[in-house]
Design a protein. Structure first.
Length: 286
């Protein structure tokens, strides 16, 4: 009897593991299939865009016609350059402004407001729905003559990325031991010296992780680009959304733009994955 129960329990555990494995694989395929479909569609001939063929060299012969057309379009080149310029500038500006603010909230005590209350107030600014402030931003950029410009988009994106940068970097600085900075102060250094030469080098993984998140936010942002841009400062999300023409929706071009918009941030994350992993895990255990 004991042998039968033990055998039954082993079979039950094996069945549970198999079902869990099947569920996990199905879930992964469910999430990855749209990306696979976009990738495959971008290599189809325009006559095959609306077909259900999705196995290269079996259902259809791959073609580079769509990619050649996509990369040769002036709008694609302009949008790609705009994406790189705007996202990089936004992430860098958010770090330059947010890091000193985060350090001050982590190391100094303010009299009227508690530091956590200030940090929470800053974070609530990021929680405001972007659609609520579209009209004020449009009027502001119009009065400053910054519509359809890199600078206008960078300023708007930085406004929403800055609270995130302040909050995340504050947590990183809180996790750093104060003894190193106090030793620098005892040796005659100033608070600025302790910040620049002690705190910043120690917080490098956090700086990189925060920069990546701010860059990805700006790279993917669509709403403000749609409202504030129409020609010179368009980005890849803007082009993807405008894929409908008089000939209909050009699914192949949209798929190529989608892959192009995805592959660059992923490649950047892979190149610096070591620092990104350290930054995400930094401060998990205090």
């Amino acid at each position: 009897m004991v042998i039968k129960v033990s055998l039954f329990s082993k079979i039950a555990r094996a069945v549970v593991k198999i079902l869990a494995l099947i569920f996990t694989i199905s879930l992964i395929l469910w999430f990855l299939f749209p990306f696979y479909w976009s990738f495959v569609t971008s290599f189809k001939h325009p006559t095959d865009w609306l077909t259900s063929k999705f196995i290269p060299f079996v259902d259809f012969s791959p073609s580079l016609i769509t990619w050649e057309r996509c990369l040769k379009l002036p709008e694609t080149q302009r949008a790609l350059l705009n994406n790189l310029t705007i996202s990089t500038s936004t992430a860098t500006l958010a770090l330059l402004l947010g890091t000193p603010a985060a350090y001050s909230l982590a190391r100094f005590q303010f009299r009227k407001w508690k530091n956590r209350d200030i940090a929470t107030f800053i974070l609530t600014l990021r929680m405001i729905p972007p659609a609520v402030v579209i009209v004020p931003f449009f009027m502001l950029m119009s009065s400053l003559q910054l519509l359809d410009s890199w600078l206008g988009i960078v300023l708007v994106h930085t406004t929403f990325a800055l609270p995130f940068a302040v909050w995340i970097m504050r947590e990183f600085f809180l996790d750093l031991p104060k003894e190193y900075e106090e030793a620098a102060l005892i040796d005659g250094g100033s608070y600025l010296t302790a910040f620049l030469r002690i705190a910043l080098p120690l917080a490098t993984p956090g700086l990189i992780a925060t920069w990546i998140f701010c860059q990805v936010f700006s790279w993917n942002e669509f709403l403000f680009v749609l409202i504030l841009s129409y020609s010179k400062s368009i980005t890849l999300p803007w082009i993807i959304a405008s894929g409908e023409h008089s000939r209909g929706i050009e699914w192949g071009l949209i798929s190529a733009y989608t892959i192009l918009a995805i592959i660059i941030p992923i490649t950047l994350a892979i190149l610096i994955r070591k620092y990104l992993a350290r930054g995400l895990s930094f401060g998990v255990v205090r």
